[in-house]
Design a protein around this ligand. Sequence first.
Ligand code: BES
Ligand code: MG
Ligand code: ZN
Length: 494
Amino acid sequence: MDIQFIKHTENWSTEKGVLVRGMYEDRQFLDAVHPMNEKHKSYIEKTLEFSKFKGKKGEVFSLWCPYEETVTQVFLVGLGKKESVALKDIEEAGGHLMAALMSHKCEQVNINLDGIAYGDEGVACFASGMDLRVWQFDKYKTKDKPDQGPQKIILKSEDVDVVQKAFDRRHAVNLGNFLTREVISEPPNVLYPESMAEIAKSLSTLGLEVEVLGESEMKKLGMNALLGVGQGSEKESKLIVIQWKGNPNSDEKIAFVGKGVTFDTGGISIKPSNNMEDMKYDMGGSGVVLGLMKALATRKAKVNVVGVMGMAENMPSGSAQRPADVVTSMSGQTIEVINTDAEGRLVLADALWYTQDRFKPKAMIDLATLTGAIVVAIGHEYAGLFSNNDQLAQQITDVGCEVGEQVWRFPMGPQYDRDINSDIADVKNVGSGRGAGSITAAQFLERFVNKTPWVHLDIAGVAWEKKAKPLTGKGATGFGVRLLDRFIEKYYEA
Ligand code: BES
Ligand code: MG
Ligand code: ZN
């Protein structure tokens, strides 16, 4: 899909395409600067009399319109209330339009958002929403490929250079988001620790430094918690470390750590077979870290960031870890493994400790599809946020509202922490009680961050969607890439 910007005063290369206009709630046209053709406008207004379309967020209305000598197909896109429209609403409107266009036959789409809030920034955002929505994972479809969307999109703007720059900035981040969606969508026979490491290495062409530690290196470092998870699998566990050094004038670093369980059967504490296929996306946290690193490198962010991905496959076998095993983690703390299905926290225990120990980051954020309990608590609308640092928690919450990837903070504290004390080791990998499963999981992680300012995002409910959202079709969402890219830009970039 080719996206182009032209000046308002320029003509479309063809009038035969689909014409798109935005509309605020209560049917307010946006034509502020360059008024719309009167004949055209009155035809749209007449047709609207027969429709329920109001211009609310998420609404798209299509009609055929006699225009000059041709008949044009017109799409009206609702933007919501004029007074309160935010950039994220404009981006989502672009997504809604794309969803509507994908079920239509159209080659060229001519978009005129004249008078839109935020000017050319709004136009770039709208285009970014279309870009995000059109992505789909169809590489394994050999026939009946789904509709690919329009070939060409042309948007009118006030200043082509300004809008192009704003779009390129967003598109770079979208490319990171697409990589995340792609690795999450890949089946587990294709995507396993080593193949993920190969994908990570291929990013070195963007200027990223990529290291991969295998089992023998991790053994030397004492990473027995992570290694225990992968010991039942034929696939070798890996620790992937990616560095982006975008600010040579500083040695301050921000670290992101991802859970990368490329398939979670539960191990010996095996899961029921119903929906077990969903557990291919249990590497979602590592997928976000990978996509985020790509986004930062693609847009050449002026910041130093490290991304660490703990990769393992959780399988039952004769060599698999047992419930009751005790392992010594890299931190020196011993862990009693009560349930082999609570494996993500074991992987992260060593990945977090390694990250803070080696890089001494200013802040450390982990992402993990960690608990089913988070889905029970808040469903698929928010990621769960857990933190030992109020400021960091607030920053990520604020940025989540801004980009539309929302997070909700949960409580932590000694009353929950007590629940994971083990009778025979320093800590056990599940709580004794029944409740607060997502919180006790976070308490477990906190024991391995060594007081580093830290945020844990439990993305089990948001990494994968069974139904389409404005900016994503069904399946992998890439939730977290846009959130954390904006977090870096807003608070840490030079
Ligand atoms: N990968 C799962 C969590 C999960 C569940 C992710 C649903 C995405 C969707 C995790 O490893 C797991 O199995 N957690 C257990 C923990 C329990 C054994 C304490 C769970 O949530 O049931
Ligand atoms: Mg599990
Ligand atoms: Zn898991």
